[in-house]
Design a protein around this ligand. Structure first.
Ligand code: GTP
Ligand code: MG
Length: 545
C-alpha cells in the first residue's frame, strides 16, 4: 500500500514527483535507512520547509511518504497493517526534524501507541546534509518505568545498525507474554479499566464484580485499574495519558483487550480505537458475551443474539475498523459470532428476523402450556442476584440436578420442578436467570419473555447471598428490576443464603434486622423453616384466589 499523505498543497509538481520517486527506493535489511535516502529526504525537507517522513516495512520497502508541517508529521491511519496483540506494526517511521531536536513527545506517543517497529528523527546540518539520527523503540518490559528506549544519536555513517535484528529481538521478547492456550482454546487476556466519579468504595466494589464477570467469561485478568475523575473525559472516557499507558502495558504484558466497567458510546469507542491498537469492550458487552456462551435453548439463543445486535447496532462504526474489533467480543464466541460481522442494514434485517422467530417460539410455548391443561398448581419462582444460590436451592428442595456453579450467570434458561410440601400441597417451583446491577437494557428487553414468565408466579423466593459484602446493594438491584418489570406486587419471601459462610452471629444479627429466613441452600437440614413459611404463604394465597 503506497500512500503520499499529509498536506501536499503548495508543493511544486517537481517536488511531488521527487516524493513519489521515493517509492522506488529500498533499504537493505541491515540498514535503518540508507544514507542516500536519508540525504535525499533532508534535501527535500529543506526545500519544502516542512517535516518529511517515510514509513518503511520489514522488507525495506517504503510504504508511505508523509508531508508534515514545520513542527510535526501526522502518521496516517495504519489500520490495514493491524497486527496481533503481541506484535509490532511491522513499520518503522523515519522523518526529518527541521531543527536540531531529538525525538519529541509526539514522536514517542506515535511510537508507542501505534506500536511502530522504530521511530527515528534525522536532524540536518546547515548545508542540508543529515547530521544525526535519533532513534527510539518500544521496550518489551519496562525496567525503569519508561516503556521505550531512546538510543544514543547515531551518525549517518552508522546507519547499518542491524535494525531488523533489534526489531526481531524485541518481538520475540514480546511474544513471551503471549496468551496461554487453555484446553485447546486461546484464553483472552485483559486489562480491566474503570473510570469512576463515585466514591472509592463503590468503584472498587464494582471492579470486584467486573473481575468476577471476567472470570466467568473465561478471561484471564492481567491488571485492573481505576481512574478517579470529577468527570469522564468527553472524548476517550478515560484520561488520554492513561489510555496511552494502558495500551502500552497491554502490549508489554500480552493483553489482547481493555474491558471498561462503564458503558461506552459509539463516539468514545471510535476515538479510543482510532488512537490505540487494542480491542475494547465494555461491561455490557462482557455480560452479553457470557450470556452468548451459556445460552442452551433455542429461545435463549435467539434472545441473546437479539440483545447483542441491538447493543451493537448503534455502535457499528462504518468509517474505520472498530466494527470488526467490536464485534469480536471476548474471542467472538456464542451464537452471534459470525452473524455479527454484518453491516448495519443486514443487522437490522437480522433483528427483524430474530424478533419474529422469538415471538413464534414464545407463542408455541404458550400453546404447549395450554395443551398440558390447566393443572392450576401454584407457582413459586426463585429469583435473586447472580450466584446467590438459586439453582442450588431448587436442587436441594426438589432433589434434582440443575447446573449450579461458582460463576456468574450459570443459569440462563429457566427450569421448573414439582415440589410436594409435607402437608401434601403441590407446587411448581422455577429457577430463573440471575439479576445483576446495571443490567444491560437490551438484555432486559430481549429477556422480557423469560422474565414475563415470572408474572405467573404466586410467590417469589428472593435468594440473597449474605456472605457477599455487597448483598445490600444486590437486594436493591434485584428489587429495583422487579419493580421495573411490574412484578413488585407479587408476594415475596426474602431468604438469606450461605449462612454457613457468613457465620452464625452475623447471620442472626442480619436476620433480626432484615426479618429474613436464614438457610444454607446446599444443606437440607437448614431448610424446614423456609419450607414451612412457603407452605403457609401458598396456603393463604390459594385461599385468596
Ligand atoms: N457455602 C455455600 N455455598 C453455596 C450455598 N448455596 C450455593 N452455594 C454455592 O454458590 C455457587 C452459586 O450457586 P448457584 O446455585 O449456581 O447460584 P445461582 O443463583 O443459581 O447463580 P446463577 O444461575 O449464576 O444466577 C455454587 O458454587 C454453589 O455451590 C450455601 O448455602 N453455602
Ligand atoms: Mg442458577
Amino acid at each position: 500500500m503506497r500512500k503520499l499523505s499529509g498536506n501536499t498543497g503548495g508543493l511544486k509538481a517537481s517536488h511531488i514527483k521527487r516524493l513519489e520517486n521515493l517509492y522506488r527506493r529500498r533499504t537493505p535489511p541491515e540498514f535503518l535507512i540508507t544514507p542516500e535516502i536519508a540525504r535525499e529526504l533532508c534535501i527535500l525537507a529543506m526545500e519544502i520547509r516542512r517535516q518529511l517522513g517515510l514509513l518503511i516495512d520489514r522488507q525495506g520497502r517504503i510504504t508511505n511518504v508523509i508531508v508534515g508541517d514545520q513542527r510535526r508529521i501526522l502518521i496516517p491511519d495504519l489500520s490495514e497493517y493491524r497486527t496481533a496483540p503481541d506484535r509490532l506494526k511491522g513499520l518503522r517511521c523515519i522523518h526529518v526534524h527541521m531543527k536540531n531536536e531529538p525525538l519529541s513527545r509526539d514522536d514517542i506517543t506515535d511510537l508507542t501507541l501505534l506500536k511502530l517497529d522504530m521511530m527515528a528523527a534525522i536532524t540536518s546540518s546547515n548545508d542540508g546534509q543529515p547530521y544525526e539520527i535519533h532513534v527510539g523503540h518500544i521496550l518489551p518490559k519496562s525496567l525503569d518505568g519508561e516503556p521505550y528506549r531512546i538510543l544514543q544519536p547515531i551518525k549517518p555513517g552508522q546507519l547499518d545498525t542491524g535494525c531488523l535484528e533489534l526489531i526481531q529481538a524485541i518481538e520475540s521478547e514480546l511474544a513471551q507474554s503471549k496468551p496461554v492456550r487453555f484446553s485447546g482454546r486461546c484464553m483472552e487476556r485483559a486489562i480491566l479499566v474503570s473510570v469512576s466519579t463515585d466514591s472509592k468504595n463503590e468503584a472498587s466494589d464494582s471492579m470486584d464484580e467486573l473481575k468476577e464477570l471476567a472470570g466467568s467469561g473465561g478471561i484471564e485478568i492481567i491488571e485492573s485499574f481505576i481512574q478517579y475523575r470529577t468527570k469522564a473525559d468527553p472524548k476517550f472516557y478515560i484520561g488520554p495519558g492513561k489510555l496511552e499507558e494502558l495500551s502500552l502495558l497491554a502490549l508489554q504484558r500480552g493483553a489482547s483487550m481493555l474491558v471498561f466497567d462503564q458503558e461506552l458510546n459509539s463516539s468514545q469507542i471510535r476515538s479510543i480505537t482510532d488512537k490505540t491498537d487494542i480491542k475494547i469492550i465494555d461491561r455490557t458487552q462482557l455480560i452479553l458475551d457470557i450470556f452468548a456462551q451459556r445460552a442452551q435453548t433455542k429461545e435463549g439463543k435467539l434472545q441473546v443474539e437479539l440483545a447483542q445486535l441491538k447493543y451493537m447496532l448503534p455502535r457499528l462504526v462504518t468509517k474505520n475498523t472498530a466494527m470488526s474489533r467490536l464485534t469480536g467480543g471476548i474471542g467472538g464466541r456464542g451464537p452471534g459470532e459470525t452473524k455479527l460481522e454484518l453491516n448495519r442494514r443486514l443487522a437490522r434485517n437480522r433483528i427483524n428476523q430474530l424478533e419474529k422467530a422469538l415471538s413464534l417460539v414464545i407463542q408455541h410455548r404458550h400453546q404447549q402450556r395450554a395443551k398440558r391443561g390447566k393443572k392450576d398448581l401454584p407457582v413459586i419462582s426463585i429469583i435473586g442476584y447472580t450466584n446467590a444460590g438459586k439453582s442450588t436451592l431448587l436442587n436441594t428442595l426438589t432433589k434434582s440436578n440443575v447446573l449450579a456453579e461458582k460463576r456468574l450467570f450459570a443459569t440462563l434458561d429457566p427450569s421448573s420442578r414439582r415440589l410436594k410440601f409435607p402437608k401434601d400441597t403441590e407446587v411448581i417451583i422455577t429457577d430463573t436467570v440471575g439479576f445483576i446491577k446495571n443490567i444491560p437494557k437490551d438484555l432486559l428487553v430481549a429477556f422480557r419473555a423469560t422474565l414475563e414468565e415470572l408474572n405467573n408466579a404466586d410467590l417469589l423466593l428472593h435468594v440473597i447471598d449474605i456472605s457477599n459484602p455487597r448483598f445490600e446493594d444486590q437486594i436493591e438491584s434485584v428489587e429495583g428490576i422487579l419493580s421495573d418489570l411490574n412484578l413488585d406486587k407479587i408476594s415475596m419471601i426474602r431468604v438469606f443464603n450461605k449462612q454457613d459462610l457468613a457465620g452464625k452471629e452475623t447471620t442472626e444479627k442480619l436476620c433480626r434486622i432484615f426479618g429474613c429466613i436464614p438457610i444454607s441452600a446446599d444443606d437440607e437440614s437448614t431448610l424446614p423453616p423456609l419450607i414451612e413459611k412457603m407452605q403457609h404463604s401458598i396456603e393463604s394465597i390459594c385461599q385468596r384466589r
